[in-house]
Design a protein around this ligand. Structure first.
Ligand SMILES: Cc1ncc(COP(=O)(O)O)c(C=O)c1O
Length: 363
């Protein structure tokens, strides 16, 4: 690959578009004739303001959302949202409802339980989180404040292929690992959050896209930095924002627009994933996918080999072929290849060819 880079299949922090990295590199010493880098500019400067507001506008444009939605940048990662969500919305006798579809979905639920009562609306824990609960499996409590879903389960390699119907109960989604990877009717969601270090930029920023009316008034007793309304009313500039991260998100959003937006991104991501899933499905059982077929993720592909020895050998040999970060999460074992937006088609072609070769040599 160009510039001695490798195909990076890590789950996050993950690969960023080379074009974006080069652009950031070229601006590093002197951002837009300011004589400073973006890392050194005041967050109150006009030049930063433009970066900040353009990133917000491009994200909303990509998502097809209008003035009734707000884009926020909050620190603390997606994990901070696990507690901000119940603190802001599980109030007035209402409780958070959660679908347990994997590890991060369960962590979100656990955090809500620390703060008070929460309800499990559906779970696939009993079947090792191999599938995404269906609409029929969801039972909301009668005092539901919201339904929280983890839209793509990074560790288990499953993803929603439908939007849950909640009959007016606000829908909240953790889209950390599939944000802006395909078109969706985002207006069905009251709040979406995503730690950006997978599909959108460097670690250190959580992107939140929420209906303005939903985040307008946080409970009075909440500290300033834990209130969504603090960020909403201050354009995410109440305190010093993670400016470099936001600058990179802006560049990635502009890059996605250049690729043809979410429609084009979705088609490309589906074609990339098909290459790898075909390598699994056509291996006569040498590779065994973890996720049920109807719940397969287009972003994180999880599979096992016939033995742990072969799995270790697979990871080591993949590295020699410049295919990095293919080892699965310790809780699932096996392999996991993360193919976010920035992974080019050629990376998936190289992976599929390697899988075929490895199978033939080790069957
Ligand atoms: C779906 C999902 N949610 C939440 C998180 C936690 O994100 P963070 O490390 O930004 O807190 C991750 C991280 O891998 C994730 O994949």
């Amino acid at each position: 690959m160009e510039n001695n880079r490798v195909y990076n299949f890590n789950p996050g922090p993950a690969m960023l578009p080379l074009e974006v990295l080069k652009e950031a590199q070229s601006e590093m010493l002197n951002f837009k004739n300011s004589g400073m880098s973006i890392l050194e500019i005041s967050h109150r400067a006009k030049k930063y303001d433009e970066v900040h507001n353009q990133a917000k506008a491009d994200i909303k444009e990509l998502m097809g959302l209008g003035d009734d939605y707000e884009v926020l940048f909050i620190q603390g990662g997606a994990s901070m949202q696990f507690n901000m969500v119940p603190q802001n919305f599980a109030i007035d006798g209402k409780i958070g409802n959660y679908i347990l579809s994997g590890s991060f979905a369960s962590k979100a639920y656990k955090e809500a339980c620390i703060l008070g009562e929460a309800h499990v609306a559906a779970s696939s824990k009993e079947i090792q989180f191999k599938h995404i609960p269906t609409q029929e499996e969801i039972t909301l409590s009668n005092n539901a404040a919201y339904l929280h879903v983890c839209y793509n389960n990074t560790i288990y390699g499953t993803e929603y292929h439908y939007i849950p119907e909640t009959k007016g109960i606000p829908l909240i989604a953790d889209m950390s690992s599939d944000m802006l990877s395909r078109p969706l009717d985002f207006s069905k969601f009251s709040l979406i959050y995503a730690g950006v270090q997978k599909n959108l930029g460097p670690a250190g920023v959580c992107l939140i896209v929420a209906r303005k009316s939903f985040i307008e008034n946080s409970p009075q007793a909440l500290p300033t930095m834990l209130r969504y309304d603090t960020y909403g009313k201050n354009n995410s500039l109440y305190n010093t924002p993670p400016a470099f991260g936001i600058y990179m998100i802006g560049k990635v959003a502009a890059w996605i627009k250049k690729q043809g937006g979410l429609e084009a991104m979705g088609k490309l991501n589906a074609a990339k994933a098909k290459l790898v899933y075909d390598a699994i499905d056509n291996s006569n059982g040498f590779y065994r996918g973890h996720a049920d077929k109807d719940s397969r993720s287009l972003m994180n592909i999880t599979f096992r080999l016939p033995s742990e020895e072969l799995e270790a050998k697979f990871a080591a040999e993949a590295r020699q072929h410049e295919l990095c970060g293919v080892k699965g999460h310790r809780s699932v074992g096996g392999m996991r290849t993360s193919i976010y937006n920035a992974m080019p088609m050629e990376g998936c072609q190289a992976l599929a060819a390697f899988m075929e070769k490895f199978k033939n040599e080790n069957i």
